[in-house]
Design a protein around this ligand. Structure first.
Ligand SMILES: O=P(O)(O)OC[C@H]1O[C@@H](O)[C@H](O)[C@@H](O)[C@@H]1O
Length: 224
């Protein structure tokens, strides 16, 4: 690679696994059926970014739920999600090879996600990919989630990487915005959003449908 210090920061949902529809279903279930919010499917999708607590505050206003209630709702939402998604749990095409190659090239890697720790464990342990990651930053490690840069800056700090040396892999506009706020470049995986949704960000260096894209498969040969 041109820059030997390059570090990779992977968002989780929609980036390592293609599961955003399952999050939307779980949120829809809890927000409309369990909590009686009057939200369309599209509105749920638009609001479900960041930490679970932030989603609840955005929709119901701060103070509606105690910390204990919010934690319970968050766990319930992830139970709905894990139960529905587990039979389909798999890495996005080409990612395993890319992780292996990156590790072989000495790239430091982190998971930097708005998901709670339990959801991150559900993915990395069931798919046996924990050994590739030198650090994990979850919702439980930050005060404010994406689009705030805290998640990515914490991950970079844990890897002892300069933000300018980090490449973030993201699928969500708010995640790309968080990377931009952190001063990081971003590769967008178009699992959940089309290219047009990212037009206002100037830190996108590539769009890929999955990790079999030529940008990825040639990454190490072309950047050396
Ligand atoms: O930051 P990531 O890995 O894309 O995770 C985002 C998602 O994580 C889920 O756990 C939250 O419930 C969602 O609301 C959120 O969109």
């Amino acid at each position: 690679m041109k820059n030997k210090k390059t570090a990779f920061l992977f968002d989780l949902n929609g980036t390592v696994i293609d599961d955003m529809e399952y999050h939307a279903e779980a949120w829809h279930e809890i927000l409309t059926n369990d909590l009686g919010a009057d939200l369309t499917w599209e509105e749920v999708k638009k609001e479900m970014y960041g930490k679970n607590r932030e989603v609840l505050n955005r929709i119901f206003g701060e103070g509606r739920f105690s910390d204990e209630e919010a934690d319970k709702l968050s766990v319930q939402k992830e139970e709905y999600y894990q139960q529905a998604y587990k039979p389909h749990l798999k890495l996005i095409n080409g990612l395993h090879d890319f992780l292996k190659q990156a590790a072989a090239n000495g790239v430091k890697m982190a998971i930097a996600s708005a998901a709670i720790t339990d959801n991150i464990d559900f993915v990395v342990d069931n798919l046996a990919i924990r050994q590739y990651f030198d650090a994990v930053v979850s919702a439980d490690d930050v005060t404010t989630s994406k689009p705030d840069p805290e998640t990515f800056l914490k991950a970079a700090e844990k890897l002892q990487a300069d933000p300018a040396d980090c490449i973030v892999f993201e699928d969500a506009p708010k995640g790309v915005e968080a990377a931009q706020n952190a001063g990081m470049r971003c590769v967008v995986i178009t699992t959940a959003h089309p290219k047009e949704d990212f037009e206002k960000y100037d830190n996108v260096i590539a769009y890929i449908a999955d990790y079999t894209d030529a940008y990825i498969t040639r990454f190490f040969s072309e950047q050396s």
